[in-house]
Every structure is written in structure tokens, then in C-alpha cells.
Design a protein around this ligand. Structure first.
Ligand SMILES: NC(=O)c1ccc[n+]([C@@H]2O[C@H](COP(=O)([O-])OP(=O)(O)OC[C@H]3O[C@@H](n4cnc5c(N)ncnc54)[C@H](O)[C@@H]3O)[C@@H](O)[C@H]2O)c1
Length: 335
């Protein structure tokens, strides 16, 4: 039995990670940690035996806990991974891996020194429709891939910390483009070498200095061109589309298309009553199952901490490009 403590009891922990972990065989949710005891209790209540805690170190010290699943804001990611490593526990860290490259490197150093593992919880490569698309590409169905494109948009983030760059680390580039970049990397199958980015704050300028809108163009080492359109400025709506262009065809995955009913109103904003559970359709169940299988077997992961670090290296170059107005090279990975 693998004991998992979930760090964070907010939207994503309650909506995705806790229900997914509860469905996986051989897993026990040992505790839920939040800043307030009440929210930890509310989130832990549906899961038998799960303690409600407010101290990450207390969760990590529990001998029945083997993994910390970190689903808290980005300013918590580095300290939580360091605490996990100091207690000899593995860590799963939600996207973005960290607020910047320096933090990501410190996380990788901490787990290297402790001999523990760090998994990067980015669901995009685990989306069943994209797994299917990848098989079609690998089978040669659309010829040679030369262009990839992703659009990830929402109207606004749901918690105040997203608007505070000190806590979040950035705006739509860090929060949303990390998904688009991982899609592009998954299909271009080569490192990104350069990025040109345009970004601005058009809708939420009274709430944040962070960008709410960004367009990135990418060049990969194998010549493939990539394009990412990412925003917090898609008023009243949501977008999640992925395209792969090959010399003999094109694949489009509209990841919201499985939702035939879209409701937008002034009271609740947008909602997509879900005919297929997001846990499955968005790959979260498969992703967490994969991480736990890797821990049991010792196999390498499709999405370890270095993947999260590689994505942050592109985010770093994108922010440099916004500042310089020029195309920027990607900094080498640590390994
Ligand atoms: N598709 C995705 O993969 C996806 C979607 C949404 C959010 N996220 C990510 O999940 C993370 C959390 O986002 P959210 O939407 O759940 O935020 P949220 O504001 O809804 O919840 C944040 C939670 O973190 C807890 N927390 C804050 N500081 C803490 C600390 N020091 N120790 C313990 N708990 C602490 C809070 O108590 C709260 O329960 C972010 O990194 C976000 O980018 C990922």
C-alpha cells in the first residue's frame, strides 16, 4: 500500500487529485494539508482515515506516508519538495513545477541528494485523445510532423494568489502555456531551441501586473515550428485545443468537444456539465496511476521533475523575449 499525503485542499486537490487517488488500487490517502484546519477537514472528510493537517512537515513525518502529492500554489512547491526529500519521501508536484528555474534546480538537487523521486504532474501527455493522436503520428498517418499548435484559455483564475506574481511566479505564460508547451514537446519530439513571445494584460490590469494573454512561437531542434496561444482573458469561456500538422495530414483535438453542453451565465460564469469525467478525459487518473506504478516498479517516468524543469526553461526564455522584444534561446538543462 502506498500512502499519499495531498498538500493543498483547494479546487484542484478536491476536484481531481483526491478523487483520482481514491480510485487507484493500492493507494491510501493518509492526510490532506491546507492552511486552515477547516478546509483540510472538509477536503479529508470523504476519505477514510485521512488526517486533516496544517503542517507539511507533520504530514511528511508520518511513517505511513510515502509520497507528498503537492497541489498547492507555486510558492509552496519548492519548500514542500524540500520537506518531502528531508523526510526521505517522494514528491509529485503539480504544474508549474516552480516559480522559476532557480527553484526548479533546487528541487531537483534536493531529491538527488535524498535519493527520492520527483514527478511532474502535467496531465496533457496523459489525455486519452492525445495518446491516441500520438499513436497515429507514430504510425505515420499524417506523414512528417512540421508544425504543432495549442490554445489554452480561461476567463480568469479562481483564486486571488494567481494575480500575485510573488506567489504565482507569473501570469498566463507560467500558468497556462506550460500545458501548451508540453503538448508541443510531446508531438515535436525534440527540444525547443528558441522562443519569441508577445504578451500583455488586457482584461485584468486592475487586479494584476501579470500577463493575461500570450502568444508564443517556438522553434524545435529538428526544425518543427510551434505556436502557443494562452490566456486568462477568454471572457466567459474556456478553450483547450491541440493541433498537429504533418506533410500528409493534420490532427485536431478539441478537448472540450466531448462537452456538448456549454452553459455561460452572469451568476456562475462558464460550466461544462461533464458527460465524461474530467478525471478520465483530461488524463489525471492515468497520470497519477503512472507515477505510482513507476514507484512500485522503479521504471523511469514519462513526466519527471526534469520535464517540468525543461518546460520552465522555455517559460524563462518567453519572459526574456517579452522583455527584450527579441527571439530568445533556451538555457541549457542542468543535465
Ligand atoms: N490542469 C491542471 O493541472 C491544474 C488545474 C488547476 C490548478 N492547477 C494547479 O494546482 C495548484 C493549486 O491550484 P488550486 O486551483 O487548487 O488553488 P486553490 O487556491 O483552489 O487552493 C490552494 C490550496 O493550497 C493550500 N495551501 C496554500 N499554502 C499552503 C501551505 N503552505 N501548506 C499547505 N497548503 C497550502 C490552500 O490552503 C488551498 O487549500 C497550482 O499550482 C495550480 O497551477 C493545475
Amino acid at each position: 500500500m502506498i500512502g499519499v499525503s495531498v498538500i493543498g485542499a483547494g479546487f484542484w486537490a478536491r476536484q481531481m487529485h483526491l478523487p483520482a487517488l481514491a480510485q487507484l488500487p493500492g493507494v491510501r490517502i493518509t492526510s490532506v494539508v491546507a492552511t486552515s484546519p477547516e478546509s483540510a477537514q472538509r477536503a479529508a472528510a470523504p476519505y477514510d482515515e485521512a488526517q486533516a493537517l496544517t503542517d507539511i512537515a507533520e504530514a511528511a513525518a508520518d511513517p505511513d506516508t510515502h509520497v507528498l502529492d503537492i497541489v498547492a500554489p507555486p510558492d509552496v512547491h519548492l519548500p514542500a519538495v524540500e520537506i518531502a526529500a528531508a523526510h526521505g519521501k517522494h514528491a509529485i508536484c503539480i504544474k508549474p513545477l516552480a516559480r522559476d528555474l532557480d527553484e526548479a534546480d533546487r528541487m531537483l538537487e534536493a531529491v538527488d541528494e535524498a535519493g527520492t523521486r520527483l514527478f511532474y504532474a502535467e496531465n496533457v501527455p496523459f489525455i486519452p485523445a492525445l495518446q491516441e493522436a500520438r499513436q497515429l503520428v507514430d504510425a505515420g498517418d499524417i506523414g512528417t510532423v512540421f508544425r504543432v499548435k495549442a490554445c489554452e484559455g480561461i476567463g480568469e483564475p479562481h483564486s486571488p494568489w494567481f494575480f500575485d506574481p510573488d506567489r504565482s511566479g507569473g501570469g498566463a505564460i507560467l500558468d497556462m502555456a506550460v500545458h501548451s508547451l508540453e503538448f508541443c514537446r510531446f508531438f515535436a519530439k525534440a527540444p525547443i531551441t528558441a522562443v519569441y513571445a508577445e504578451a500583455g494584460t488586457f482584461v485584468h490590469h486592475d487586479r494584476t501586473t501579470a500577463e493575461d494573454t500570450a502568444v508564443l512561437t517556438l522553434r524545435f531542434a529538428n526544425g518543427v515550428i510551434g505556436q502557443c496561444e494562452d490566456s486568462w482573458s477568454l471572457q466567459g469561456a474556456m478553450d483547450s485545443r491541440f493541433e498537429v500538422f504533418g506533410t500528409e495530414g493534420r490532427i485536431l483535438v478539441d478537448n472540450l468537444h466531448r462537452q456538448p453542453l456549454q452553459v455561460v451565465n452572469a451568476r456562475a460564469g462558464w460550466s461544462y456539465p461533464m458527460p465524461i469525467a474530467g478525471l478520465v478525459a483530461d488524463g489525471h487518473l492515468a497520470m497519477l496511476g503512472h507515477f505510482l506504478d513507476c514507484l512500485r516498479s522503479g521504471a523511469p517516468s514519462l513526466s519527471d521533475g526534469h520535464v517540468g524543469r525543461d518546460v520552465l526553461a522555455v517559460v524563462d526564455a518567453a519572459y526574456r523575449s517579452v522583455a527584450s522584444g527579441r527571439r530568445e534561446e533556451i538555457k541549457e538543462t542542468t543535465r
